[in-house]
Design a protein around this ligand. Structure first.
Ligand code: DAT
Ligand code: MG
Length: 143
């Protein structure tokens, strides 16, 4: 059964012109794009998106970084989407990311780590709804 996950190409990767290469890696790995946009998060939006991390020491820096420029959220579908996408992007800290993963290739540090990925089906649904209204998700294509 196919399920969904939310990817975000984060501001450093957008700024470095890696949007195309990262989307290409995602599509070559078999994910189907269901919705995609470019957006500059407000401070309130970034705080809300990362609410789960609000007690962490890096929360302030994370919010600052995620509002530093535009990012590209992408709703994706694939069998085993959450786990397979996290495999494609690699470990949170690029120093620990496997060869050939998105973070190994494009992340600069644990903070500037190029991409986001949902960590569960439940959070994927919440995160997709955070960025996309139901009319923005293209459910069945090609017809
Ligand atoms: P992931 O993005 O792999 O799911 P996470 O949910 O633990 O990782 O953390 C969310 C983001 O917060 C992560 O992508 C980058 C930042 N972050 C995590 N750990 C950090 C740390 N030790 N120092 C600075 N930023 C950190
Ligand atoms: Mg996470």
């Amino acid at each position: 059964m196919s399920n969904k996950t939310l990817a975000i190409i984060k501001p450093d990767a957008v700024n470095d012109n890696h949007v195309g290469e990262i989307i290409s890696m995602i599509c070559k790995a078999g994910f189907k794009v269901k919705a995609l946009k470019m957006i500059k998060l407000s401070e309130d939006a970034a705080k809300a998106f990362y609410e789960i991390h609000k007690e962490k020491p890096f929360y302030g820096e994370l919010v600052e970084y995620m509002t530093s420029g535009p990012c590209v959220p992408i709703a994706l579908e694939k069998e085993n989407a959450v786990e397979d996408y996290r495999k494609l992007i690699g470990a949170t800290n690029p120093a620990n990311a496997a060869e050939g993963t998105v973070r190994k290739l494009y992340a600069k540090s644990v903070q500037y780590n190029a991409v986001h990925g949902s960590d569960s089906d439940e959070n994927a649904a919440k995160e997709i709804a955070f960025f996309f209204g139901s009319k923005e998700l293209i459910e069945n294509y090609p017809a």
